[in-house]
Design a protein around this ligand. Structure first.
Ligand code: ADE
Length: 262
């Protein structure tokens, strides 16, 4: 169940691209738009829960800057990131959902001063997602994916081959690169065999949340295989699949705050 939010301590919901957040924005009520540091923060209620929605833009710096404002100016009681990711594990398919249990920045390498991937002066390479958030989001994702047809429609299900989408939980890795060659994704797979998916923001937000003591988790819908076909139909996937899954999963999870169930 999500943490109890309040106007003084809302739940932050973040995505990198406008299309990834537009479905949730459309559902917000009496929202107030606040402009801080080149970002628009939409503050208000979503299904009776106090939230602040924001587009981080793409990449680790943009995401970290956004998370720092959520922490310092909005006092968020928890942050959830939603959007697309590329699959790394062979078990993970397009249209599946990956919920983070931990994060790592695959492009951090201050060796030989610090071990590869370690965030300098923290002693940590991997940052854990908040267990309760991740469990709640994964449960909601399982409920939603049990019957994706009404959400996505026949045409998109067939176009993207989404026959039996699944929910996975595990390591999500982030870096400032869109991974779009087989050479790069297999290098990441070899270096980090337990990584399920790759994206460009989650581990940066995890670092900020760790510093601020804010519970954090990410729910990512797999749009591509992080290989040479990674950009094929990307915009269509976001509009017709990702944004619909994302809205349904977040609403189901928020609904558990409103009705107290889990
Ligand atoms: N987000 C979605 N697909 C991605 C990929 N292949 N690499 C990085 N970020 C992504």
């Amino acid at each position: 169940m999500p943490p109890a939010s309040s106007p003084a301590s809302p739940i932050g919901i973040v995505a990198a691209l406008h299309q990834e957040l537009s479905g949730l924005l459309a559902l917000m009520q009496d929202e107030q738009r606040i402009h801080i540091g080149s970002r628009e923060f939409w503050v208000g209620e979503l299904d009776g829960v106090q939230v602040v929605l924001v587009l981080s833009r793409v990449g680790k710096v943009a995401a970290a800057a956004t998370a720092a404002v959520l922490a310092s100016r909005f006092g968020t009681c928890a942050i959830v990131f939603t959007g697309v990711a590329g699959a790394l594990s062979p078990q993970v398919g397009i249209g599946d959902v990956v919920v983070s249990t931990e994060f790592l920045q695959h492009d951090v390498d201050a060796s030989p001063l610090f071990p590869r991937w370690e965030i300098p002066l923290t002693g940590m390479a991997r940052l854990a997602a908040d267990r309760a958030l991740a469990d709640g989001l994964a449960g909601s994702a399982r409920d939603v994916l049990a019957d994706p047809l009404p959400l996505v429609g026949d045409a998109a299900l067939h176009a993207f081959g989404l026959t039996a989408p699944r929910v996975h939980t595990g390591l999500i890795i982030s870096g400032d690169r869109f991974v779009s060659t087989e050479a790069e994704s297999s290098a990441l797979r070899n270096a980090l065999p337990d990584a399920l998916a790759v994206e460009m923001e989650g581990a940066a937000v995890a670092q900020v949340c760790h510093e601020w003591g804010i519970p954090f988790a990410a729910v990512r819908i797999i749009s591509d295989r992080a290989d040479d076909s990674a950009s094929v139909d990307f915009p269509r996937f976001i509009t017709e699949v990702e944004s619909r899954y994302s809205v349904a999963i977040i609403r189901r999870w928020l609904g558990r705050a409103a009705d107290g169930s889990e």
